[in-house]
Write a protein that binds this ligand. Structure first.
Ligand code: NAP
Length: 311
């Protein structure tokens, strides 16, 4: 990893931040990693695992002297954290965030960042349904996209340093306008999560299908919904509250498509259903060709299940 920062401060020490710290170490980062999280329990765990060299009781202390500050807290907490750290940031430092929504985070954070500090918003498109300081692992970002949303005033040297730092974590970096980011994410992540939450909720309501049947036969597709629907409730509450417009737009389109398919089923319109499913299959093919998922049947689960326990 090219060392561009001597001291990196992670604010929030959950899945995303701890994975960054593990990836930094695995990539040979030789600088200091310091951190802060809200609860003493999380701070203690981070220190015990050892992915931070120093853990501070306040965000203000943690950012002092840091060349790079990463805001890795839920989107709803970004504003108060930014307000706290603003006066303590080192001149010339870079602040980035990892929030899943960009326009709302920029509105919450930018007013608190001094003029001599670079704020470059970001979003790693990687995660799992687990959260907290124990959930992190070094390969989370390997070959995954990390989107940055700079604007016309962004310092290009600071942007280049951040880009090479993130590439050192294994990520592929791209830049995008913040509003466009929020729309893209509403399509590829936020609305699919909402649909998964809804589907799991529907199964929960269906009295004719017992809970044991849902669990026993879940491998037929429902299981993938349950994995997504197990994602962190705080994070996802904040995503929907802050990316409201884009999600409502995509949900409106989703509802129209759903009604069209509902009508095709009611009318027995086989050709329409077949043509529709042929098109969607092409999209899946595109995702595999782009290296964004495995082509192994059942997402490679059979192979995983055959591995000895403990791997
Ligand atoms: P997480 O595992 O739940 O960790 C969140 C961390 O933020 C915890 O250490 C928590 O501390 C801390 N925190 C919360 N409020 C705080 C505050 N007011 N001051 C200081 N620390 C605070 O969450 P995560 O999955 O790492 O997500 C963090 C961010 O990454 C979110 O903005 C999310 O949108 C974004 N993101 C997540 C994913 C994903 O799949 N998980 C993917 C991409 C981006 P305590 O433990 O003490 O409460």
């Amino acid at each position: 990893m090219t060392v561009t920062y001597n001291r990196v401060a992670l604010i929030g020490l959950g899945l995303i931040a701890s994975s960054m710290a593990h990836a930094m170490r695995a990539g040979g980062f030789s600088g200091e990693i310091v951190g802060h999280a809200k609860s003493a329990e999380t701070r203690d765990i981070a220190f015990e695992i050892g992915f931070c060299d120093q853990v501070f009781a306040t965000a203000a202390e943690a950012v002092q002297g840091a060349d790079l500050v990463v805001l890795a807290v839920p989107v709803g907490a970004m504003s108060s954290v930014a307000a706290e750290i603003g006066p303590h940031l080192k001149s010339g430092a870079t602040v980035t965030d990892v929030g899943s929504v960009k326009q709302a985070v920029i509105a919450a954070v930018a007013p608190h960042i001094p003029a001599d500090v670079n704020f470059i918003p970001g979003h790693p498109m990687a995660g799992t349904e687990y959260s907290g300081p124990r959930a992190g692992f070094a390969t989370l970002y390997r070959n995954r996209w990390w989107l940055l949303t700079p604007n016309a005033e962004t310092d290009l040297a600071a942007l280049a340093s951040l880009r090479s730092f993130l590439e050192g974590l294994g990520a592929k970096v791209d830049t995008m306008d913040a509003a466009h980011h929020d729309l893209v994410l509403a399509v590829v992540s936020h609305t699919p999560h909402l649909i998964a939450y809804t589907m799991v909720g529907v199964a929960d309501h269906l009295a004719q299908v017992s809970n044991s049947e849902v669990i026993q036969y879940s491998a037929t597709g429902f299981r993938d919904f349950t994995r997504i629907a197990a994602s962190d409730p705080t994070m996802w509450r904040d995503v929907f509250l802050t990316n409201r417009e884009a999600v409502l737009d995509v949900l409106g389109r989703f509802t129209e498509e759903l009604f069209a398919l509902q009508r095709a089923i009611r009318m027995g319109d086989g050709p329409l259903l077949h043509e529709y499913f042929t098109r969607t299959r092409e999209i899946r093919r595109g995702i595999i060709e782009a290296g964004q998922d495995t082509s192994a049947p059942d997402f490679g689960r059979v192979a995983a299940a055959q591995k000895p326990a403990g791997e």
